[in-house]
Design a protein around this ligand. Structure first.
Ligand code: SF4
Length: 212
């Protein structure tokens, strides 16, 4: 059994925080266990709790689309997870003690998968990993050094959907271009680097007119 599978089994029975009481199942994360790119969101929602898979529904569809259109990667070629592995009731925000309780699992996933690039989706993952109170609007638009990885903060796809796309979607696309460039620089992009030519973060390849 791989260490990641063993960790998943441990998480499935976790009762470290109050969220264990209300979950249908844990949402461990999914994707390539050797991925060069890890996406970290916030917490499972109702559908994720029901299916045990992160980022399903409209948010997941938007994420998959931006990921593929800006990096050329399918979801199965990256790792997708969250700060929390159980659904907060009513989709409320994660609480500090819940985040602290679940943090060791995120750290363990990062240690086992060893991505070169991390894209954080929304405030919670960026603030947790960068140990800051700054919001994603301030943090995004640049690459941050995180341990031996490059961390690229961007908006949560649910935020993009709530705001109808627009500038936030353009910004998210540019951030995924940054992530791809960081993968290429780290020699962890799985395809020929020439694919990157023409993609510049300041001029996203896709127009603001496209709505989620
Ligand atoms: S959210 Fe994390 S720490 Fe809390 S019960 Fe679920 S797996 Fe355990």
């Amino acid at each position: 059994m791989s260490e990641l599978v063993a960790l998943e089994r441990e998480v499935a029975t976790c009762t470290r925080c109050r969220l264990a009481a209300g979950r249908t199942q844990t949402v461990f994360g999914a994707g390539d266990p050797h991925a060069g790119l890890m996406l970290v969101g916030e917490a499972p929602g109702a559908e994720e709790d029901r299916l045990g898979v992160p980022f399903v529904g409209r948010s997941g569809q938007l994420l998959d689309r931006v990921l593929f259109e800006e990096t050329g990667l399918q979801r199965s070629e990256v790792w997708v997870g969250n700060v929390l592995r159980c659904r907060p009731p009513g989709n409320r925000n994660p609480l500090d003690d819940e985040i602290a309780s679940c943090r060791p699992y995120l750290d363990a996933q990062l240690d086992l998968i060893r991505p070169a690039v991390i894209v954080t989706l929304g405030n919670f993952a960026a603030q947790l990993l960068l140990a800051t109170k700054d919001g994603v609007t301030r943090l995004r638009g640049q690459q941050h050094r995180w341990r031996d990885c490059v961390l690229v903060p961007t908006f949560h796809p649910a935020y993009i959907l709530r705001n109808g796309g627009g500038d936030a979607l353009v910004a998210m696309r540019a951030d995924f271009v940054r992530a791809k460039q960081a993968m290429v620089a780290a020699e962890r992009y799985p395809y020929p680097a020439a694919v990157v030519v023409g993609h510049q973060p300041s001029q996203p390849a896709h127009s603001a007119a496209r709505q989620p």
